[in-house]
Design a protein around this ligand. Structure first.
Ligand SMILES: [Zn+2]
Ligand SMILES: [Zn+2]
Length: 379
C-alpha cells in the first residue's frame, strides 16, 4: 500500500535508462535524504549516534562527505529536472539538501560532551545504507542476472524497513548478541587454544575464523530449517520472491541474533577481538553480496567460495533444492554434510514453497512467536 503510493508519487511511465533523468533524480533524492539525516545527527549526537561508533569517526572526513552529499544532491537534482518531465525526484532531493544546508550543513559544531547511554543508531543506518548502495547498486545495474528486475522491485520498502530495524536499535541488538556470547566465553574460553591461534600469521587466523564460523553457521542454519519453531522465524528470510542486495536484510531479529550469537561463541573461544571484528565486517559484505542480482561468475572459484548463484539456489522454491546449501562462505561444507546442490544454471523461482507468512513488518515481527505459518492450499 505505502509502497504503491511511493511508487506512484515519485515514478512515471517514462523510460528509466541512463540519460533519462531517472538515475540523477534517484541519486538526488537519496543523497538529499542522507545529508539531511547526517545533519540531524550532528545536531543531536547524544540521541542519534551510536556510542560504539562515535569515537571512531574521523570527523574532518565525515564533514567533507556531508558537504559533498549536499552538493551532489543539488547537482543531480538540477540535471534530473532538466532531463525529466516529472520533476518530483529532483525537487525532493534539492529540497532535502537545501534544508540540510539551512540547518547548518556540515559545519554544525558538536558542543556537548557525549556520554554512553541509550541512543538511536541513525548514523549507522545512514552510513551503512550509503556504503552498501554505493557498492551493490551499480554492480546490480551493470551486470544483473535478471535485468528486468529493477532496484525498486516489489516489496523493496519492506526490505528497507528490515534494514532500518537492524540498524536503529544497534545497541539493543549488539547487547542481545554479545551478552550471551561473552558470558559463555567466560566459562568456555581455552587459553591454550587462544595462544596457539594467536601465534599464527594474521591471514591464516582470519581464514580459520571464517571456517569455524561457517561450520557454526551451517549447524544453526540447518536447525532454523528443520526445527518447526525456528523455521517460523527463518521463513521470513525465505519469503523474498526476487533477490538483490537488500533482500538479504529481510530477516527476523530473533533469527539474526540467534545466528550471530551461535557463530560468536565458538569464535570467542580461540580468536582475538581484532579477528572477530574483521570477520563481522567480512560476513556483512559477503552475505549481502551472495543475495545480489549479479550474473558474472568465476567457475574455478564458485566451488570453493559461495558466489551469488550458490546462495540463490538456497532461496529457490524448486523442490530439488529445498533444504540445501546452508553454508554462507564455503560450499564444500555442504558437501561434507550432504546438503550440496549446485547445477549449472540459475534457479527459476524464488520464495516459499506453498507456505504463507504474515504480511508487513509488524505482523512478521510478533506472529512467529505465537503462530505457525499457514499452508496455502495446493491444487
Ligand atoms: Zn535458509
Ligand atoms: Zn539468504
Amino acid at each position: 500500500m505505502i509502497e504503491q503510493k511511493i511508487n506512484e508519487f515519485f515514478g512515471d511511465t517514462e523510460s528509466t535508462g541512463f540519460g533519462t533523468g531517472w538515475w540523477s533524480g534517484i541519486s538526488s533524492a537519496f543523497f538529499g535524504a542522507l545529508s539531511f539525516g547526517a545533519v540531524l545527527c550532528l545536531h543531536f549526537p547524544q540521541l542519534l549516534s551510536s556510542p560504539e561508533l562515535r569515537s571512531h569517526y574521523p570527523m574532518g572526513t565525515i564533514r567533507v562527505l556531508i558537504q559533498c552529499l549536499i552538493l551532489a544532491a543539488i547537482l543531480f537534482g538540477i540535471i534530473s529536472s532538466i532531463l525529466r518531465k516529472k520533476k518530483i525526484l529532483g525537487l525532493t532531493g534539492m529540497s532535502l539538501a537545501l534544508a540540510a544546508a539551512a540547518l547548518g550543513g556540515s559545519s554544525v559544531p558538536i558542543n556537548e560532551t557525549l556520554h554512553d547511554g541509550p541512543a538511536i543508531g541513525l548514523d549507522w543506518f545512514l552510513l551503512d545504507l550509503f556504503l552498501m548502495s554505493l557498492i551493490y547498486v551499480p554492480i546490480e545495474r551493470l551486470w544483473p542476472q535478471y535485468p528486468k528486475q529493477g532496484t525498486f522491485r516489489e516489496q523493496w520498502t519492506l526490505d528497507i524497513v528490515y534494514f532500518l530495524s537492524t540498524h536503529l536499535p544497534i545497541q539493543i541488538l549488539s547487547l542481545l548478541v554479545l551478552l550471551p556470547a561473552t558470558q559463555a566465553t567466560k566459562y568456555l574460553a581455552v587459553p591454550s587454544i587462544q595462544q596457539f591461534i594467536g601465534q599464527m600469521p594474521w591471514l591464516l587466523q582470519f581464514f580459520l575464523a571464517v571456517v569455524v564460523a561457517d561450520f557454526a553457521e551451517w549447524s544453526i542454519h540447518w536447525a532454523l530449517h528443520k526445527v518447526p519453531f525456528l523455521w517460523r522465524f527463518h521463513s521470513i528470510h525465505h519469503s523474498s520472491k526476487a533477490l538483490d542486495w537488500i533482500a538479504g536484510s529481510r530477516s527476523h531479529f530473533f533469527d539474526d541474533t540467534l545466528v550471530r550469537g551461535f557463530i560468536l561463541v565458538p569464535m570467542m573461544l580461540g580468536f582475538s577481538q581484532n579477528i572477530i571484528v574483521a570477520y563481522l565486517i567480512f560476513v556483512t559484505l559477503h552475505a549481502t553480496w551472495t543475495h545480489c542480482n549479479f550474473r558474472p561468475n568465476a567457475k574455478w572459484l564458485e566451488k570453493f567460495l559461495v558466489m551469488p548463484r550458490y546462495h540463490h539456489w538456497h532461496h529457490t522454491s524448486q523442490k530439488e533444492a529445498i533444504d540445501k546449501n546452508f553454508a554462507i562462505h564455503f560450499p564444500w561444507i555442504d558437501k561434507i554434510f550432504g546438503t550440496y546442490y549446485f547445477p549449472d544454471e540459475w534457479p527459476k523461482v524464488y520464495g516459499l514453497d506453498g507456505e504463507e507468512i504474515p504480511n508487513g513488518f509488524i505482523r512478521q515481527t510478533y506472529e512467529p512467536f505465537i503462530k505457525k505459518n499457514k499452508h496455502a492450499l495446493k491444487i
